[in-house]
Design a protein around this ligand. Structure first.
Ligand code: 13P
Ligand code: SF4
Length: 307
């Protein structure tokens, strides 16, 4: 099918099925363009919680669709490709969390939303890159905290809140692959540019020494900042899918990725064709077993309320 016909069919099926398409900022441009909402993990979870649609097509990765399913047990949540996983979510198992909890009966488990439903079900509260600092700052000061699974986001939260935590040593292969040298090169070539960096980046600690006014932001916070800032040029350290929203929301401004090859292959599993097939065949339905869903829902609702 030709692209214009595919878009027409997606629109037709969306109306027929009473469906909404939610897309992450890292999705392919043509997928972002058919979405009803494009955003970061927190914005997507909030939209999923609010929607009246019967069907949610999640153009993102598995943990995001699972989060939507946890919040909407009575709706049909579809992930167009089951291979859209997340290397960061894969770094930790429920057993790893149980072990820490057994050793720290008074401990608080803070799970980044990039985790499986089983891991979320063992957490006290979930966070995203846009509210992790705020959530942790509000936790009781006299209890140990286990922050999982991203070590670089964990270091950022420790730095910002002044709280010492047990941090799981997981990383995202895309953000960990962005090196200090990549940033040095981009900043040297664009000395007047503002520098926006995602807290999952492995070099995020070093970059604050290089550029103390670096802004550590979630993907949607980057878009909001670029729109409002008087700056015309921005060096961007995150997955390159964000460049589409940045260019669209802040037209006329210049965005320089620190690495053109910072590409999440999981996010790119979702194509326009697969979104169409997903709506046509109502596949692949994402469900979470009820006891796990209920436990995970408590932790996610704590996250949605903050920030
Ligand atoms: P955001 O919530 O900032 O969009 O990040 C999601 C993600 O997967 C980062 O790799
Ligand atoms: Fe997971 Fe990294 Fe891809 Fe985000 S960019 S979905 S953290 S693998």
């Amino acid at each position: 099918m030709e692209r214009t016909e595919l878009i027409r069919e997606v629109e037709r099926l969306k109306a027929e099925r009473n469906a909404v398409i939610l897309a992450h900022n890292y999705q392919l441009p043509e997928v972002q363009e058919v979405a009803d909402y494009v955003g970061d993990s927190l914005g997507l979870a909030r939209r999923a919680a609010e929607t009246d649609a019967r069907v949610i097509v999640f153009a993102g990765v598995h943990f995001m669709a699972e989060t939507a399913a946890i919040l909407n047990p009575d709706k049909t949540v579809l992930l167009p490709d089951l291979e859209a996983g997340c290397s960061l979510a894969d770094t930790i198992t429920p057993e790893d969390v149980r072990r820490w909890k057994d050793e720290h009966p008074d401990g608080i488990v803070v799970a980044y939303v990039n985790t499986t439903a089983e891991v979320k079900a063992l957490a006290d509260v979930c966070v995203t890159s846009s509210n992790a600092v705020e959530v942790v700052a509000q936790l009781p000061k006299d209890r140990p905290i286990f922050f999982l699974p991203d070590m670089f986001l964990g270091a950022h939260v420790e730095r910002e809140t002044g709280r010492k935590m047990d941090v799981w040593m997981g990383e995202c292969h895309v953000h960990a692959g962005i090196r200090t040298e990549d940033i040095e090169r981009a900043l040297a070539a664009h000395p007047g540019a503002e520098f926006l960096i995602h807290p999952e980046c492995g070099c995020s600690t070093n970059c604050l020494f290089m550029k103390p006014d670096a802004k550590m932001l979630s993907t949607s916070q980057m878009v909001a900042h670029a729109k409002e800032s008087p700056a015309q040029e921005f060096v961007i350290a995150t997955e390159v899918g964000i460049l589409h929203q940045l260019a669209k929301q802040a037209p006329g401004k210049t965005f320089i990725p620190v690495r053109e090859d910072a590409i999440c292959e999981y996010m790119k599993k979702i194509t326009l064709e697969k979104v169409y097939e997903s709506l046509r065949d109502l596949k692949h339905v994402i469900t979470v077993p009820e006891p796990t869903r209920q436990a995970a829902q408590r932790a996610i609702e704590g996250m949605i309320a903050v920030g």
